[in-house]
Design a protein around this ligand. Sequence first.
Ligand code: GTR
Length: 331
Amino acid sequence: MTTRRQFLGAAALAIGAASTRVPAASGRIELAATDVHVRGYPTVEALRWIGEQLELETDGRLGVRLYHSGQLGRESDLIDLARFGAIDIARVNMAALNNPFPATRVLCLPFVFDDTAHMRRALDGAVGREILGHFADRDLVGLAFYDSGARCLYNTKRPIVTPADLHGLKIRVPPSDIFMHLLRALGANPTPLPYGEVYSALQTHLIDGAENNWQSFHTTRQFETARFWSYSRHSYSPEALLLSRRRFDALRADDRERLLDIAQRSVGYMRSLWDESERSARDYVLAHGVQANDVDRGAFERAVAPVVARYRDDAEVDRYWRGIRDLSGAA
Ligand code: GTR
């Protein structure tokens, strides 16, 4: 959990960043954009692309100043900083949005998506548009969804084939009640930690494992310690690209349209980077000795069914769930 002191530290850094982003004389506006990932990661490169397009299309009047690698703090803080207008753009994962924005929950539920193609169809369609609209409820503008691949389990101890294999393992989860409930239903001991602390937590044996996509596993070098990857594909929890409502309102009307349009166009660019980097991250870690195995998907689905049922008791979650499942297998 973030202490008040940690949050104020992040806010001070962000406000420092914000104060450099509008050099008055030139009239140029630099949008401060944040991401917890490193340079070269598809989400970071998509933000860079947005900056380049903005520069091109406004003759340099608008641009993006990128704070990658978690320089301005953890995702839950970045969401608040964007809401308060201390930063402009926050690229964060849906898991960090589940608690403040209940409409996002369905996107993290286990096994709601069959695969990446299914997730993309749902995000590009009516359900995606509606959920993106919900960010306006709390001072944000939902610009776009990005991919985050299939989250799978990995650990330092053994291959996980059925939920029974997770018994007694401490597995790191992102700050979302859904992930707590999910890992508990699978028999693990869920341990919430910020993304930036997972690598050292694995090394110091504070945790036995975590769950994420190939690219995060690779770029954080967690694969050096966690040598067992199990293809659970339990959640596709996508990424969100969010803009501070204050910044949006302060832009010229034509710049607002331009930014919305460029952000939407960045999705195709991000997806092509994503597909390529997913393959190369997987090949890299497998070539470096990580052992991968399939799981008993039926056993996993049965174990988490009560969690899904509990969330579907909520009428809105249930409506979205059915909307997404209707797109399963659609061409
Ligand atoms: C990654 C995601 C990050 C962060 C991380 C986590 O897949 O891209 O934004 O949320 O997971 O597990 O904390």
